[in-house]
Design a binder for this molecule. Sequence first.
Ligand SMILES: CC(C)(COP(=O)(O)OP(=O)(O)OC[C@H]1O[C@@H](n2cnc3c(N)ncnc32)[C@H](O)[C@@H]1OP(=O)(O)O)[C@@H](O)C(=O)NCCC(=O)NCCS
Length: 163
Amino acid sequence: MGLISPCRSIKDKLGRTIFLRPYEEGDFKGLTKMYGEFEPKGKAMGLPPAQEENRHQWMMGIVEEWFNIVAILESRIVGHAALDRPVTGNAREFMIFVHQDYQNKGIGQALTSSMLDTAKVMDCERVWVVVENLNRIAITVFKKTGFSFASVPDIERLMVAHP
Ligand SMILES: CC(C)(COP(=O)(O)OP(=O)(O)OC[C@H]1O[C@@H](n2cnc3c(N)ncnc32)[C@H](O)[C@@H]1OP(=O)(O)O)[C@@H](O)C(=O)NCCC(=O)NCCS
């Protein structure tokens, strides 16, 4: 599945080159470092898990079962997005994390766009994400990349994109 993902390099808002590419096995250590440092733990619907062993198990599940893209700055993983396997009607769940030191630089939007491009190549009909209503930065990113609300206003919102 990794072969169908577009590799891209972008300039972030500070002019730094960020390389986006599919996750490779050798990335696990770098991803562990990113999630180990990520704060606040549990920021997005309880993820990433605060407890190290739970975090490890969660990451293992994601890299083994989901399609993953990493964002790299000077060999360091600074962002990670993932797309689940299709469930009903070829819909896939999306998730994304950008290390807090690199947020607000355009990396989240680039990762999300890349994943939607990939979903299109996969003939995916719907990409969905559940986001907390207070997570305004995530909602901004999702709206700017083509997601719209698919649930009534509540503490959590379902957002959907049609790649
Ligand atoms: C959500 C997340 C992935 C966004 O990544 P990012 O790299 O910071 O996003 P970008 O820099 O590409 O874009 C952020 C946008 O939100 C805007 N923004 C920042 N703070 C905001 C706020 N409080 N309210 C509304 N918009 C805000 C920025 O101005 C920017 O928009 P712009 O490009 O028009 O200026 C990142 O914040 C993150 O990892 N959060 C924790 C995990 C999470 O919540 N994941 C989503 C649920 S799965």
